[in-house]
Design a protein around this ligand. Sequence first.
Ligand code: GDP
Ligand code: MG
Length: 370
Amino acid sequence: EETISVKLFSEKIGKPVSEILKKLLLLGMMSTINSQIDFDTATLVAGEFGIELEQKIEKTAEDILIEEAPDTEEQLLKRPPIVTIMGHVDHGKTSLLDKIRQSKVTEGEAGGITQHIGAYQVELNGEKITFIDTPGHEAFTAMRARGAQVTDIAIIVVAADDGIMPQTVEAINHAKSADVPIIVAVNKIDRPNANVQKIMQELTEHDLLPEEWGGQTIVVPVSAKTGEGIEKLLEMILLVAEVQELKANPDRLAKGTIVEAQLDKGRGPVATVLVETGTLRTGDTIIAGTAYGRVRAMVNDLGKTVNEAFPSQPVEVIGFSEVPAAGDILHAAPADKLSKQVAEERKDKQKAEMLKKMSKVSLDDLFNQI
Ligand code: GDP
Ligand code: MG
């Protein structure tokens, strides 16, 4: 903590040293002209003279680097919903993600090569939907624990020939505690022993009353095998998203979340970023956790090189100094040198405090203002 000498303080506030020492004594402090006093003490003493000290916040490098100016209403534009699929093991999460992707992604892209980058987008009637391709509530919880909000809608998958299982309940609870709307996909309806009514009954026991029965929960019977119900599921996602009025400002430096990251032999650190707001561009200075750098190249979920990534878009980013961690928040930054400095500062701090903004009071600056 910064301090100031009684002598300097006296000069700054234009009061005699002897007067200040008296006030300090009244406060229980034996001091001399050379004693150092802290900000709180200085405030008290100044108050005794009827002088109000103004606290001047000195911005840290982190504050300067990551300017989060509020968006105006006009800047906010509609963005695609981000969807996570959760549910019990073997109920068909991976199959469903694959089927949705197959049925939609390759449609307009004859022979288009799809690649797994941790998230992908599909389009229905000109509207995009983003799916996180790393199912399981563990990833969901891990990211949420790090402050990353990367889900707008949770799809809970329940196998129609099985029922609500422990991990289904966990998934429901996670979605509820994150305050994320739930759509239930009752999967495997192609199976002879599928029983959608039984699943709906079980859902009511977990506070999810199906719309069909007068409740609020959208339940869509699907088959990841035949593709039945997939279109309906996507329509329901768009319907829920419409109500949510999801918006972001594409006209600002990007902020996003690291969905997954690894070290690639040829390309170095590679991370899938889900852009939350702003537009990420090739050449942008970036920082995520203790990793920093410049966007050297970006590849979309179709394996295509792109120069821009918009809100809710997943994109693979090359150019980090090291591999960031899943759940790290990415910021594009205006200043090159600062990003390295900030990344190094973060490294020096405890991981828990990494993103906590700090402010520092400089007594010198403070007194300059009086
Ligand atoms: P996950 O553990 O939730 O990711 O489940 P998977 O997608 O790996 O599916 C588990 C098993 O169920 C696999 O053998 C799939 O082929 C099968 N499966 C998934 N969805 C369906 C479906 O709609 N119908 C049928 N018949 N089998 C399915
Ligand atoms: Mg799976």
